[in-house]
Design a protein around this ligand. Structure first.
Ligand SMILES: [Zn+2]
Length: 139
């Protein structure tokens, strides 16, 4: 299975202007290099990721998970978070108060989905990177 990557053109003239500060950015950028505003629909539709993209620790872990231990750490942290979300959802649904029940369950589900997305992204990046390294060990 091959992932669709745009051909690398180092001297490409094509730039996209940031709508916030009008700085020209590389087309590959999801976020403006100057002000951090989302440039692509990907960035705009991934609010959680755009928040966390600012954090260098998460960015290192999720974007370039080159060590298995990092992937394992992400699994432990966000796996625990997902379990917490599951527990919150369960307890909330058991709550007699309907408002507590609904909002608690929604919060728990959000936690599960959020954790799952991060785990999935990190794992996928790790596997993709591993595959790339195996195909081209000298790169
Ligand atoms: Zn900008």
């Amino acid at each position: 299975m091959t992932t669709e990557l745009p051909p690398s053109t180092p001297d490409a003239e094509e730039k996209q202007l940031c709508l916030s500060c009008l700085t020209p950015n590389h087309l590959a950028n999801h976020f403006c290099a100057k002000c951090g505003a989302p440039l692509t629909s990907y960035a705009a539709t991934a609010p959680f990721e755009s928040i966390f993209a600012e954090g260098s620790v998460y960015r290192q872990a999720a974007e370039r998970p080159h060590k298995f231990i990092i992937v394992l750490g992400i699994w432990l942290i966000f796996g625990g978070m997902a379990l917490g979300g599951l527990a919150i959802t369960g307890f909330s649904l058991a709550d007699q108060d309907r408002v507590h029940s609904i909002f608690g369950a929604l919060f728990g589900l959000g936690l599960i989905i959020f954790s799952g997305l991060i785990i999935r992204k990190t794992t996928r990046n790790y596997l993709a990177r591993k595959r790339t390294n195996e195909q081209a060990p000298d790169s």
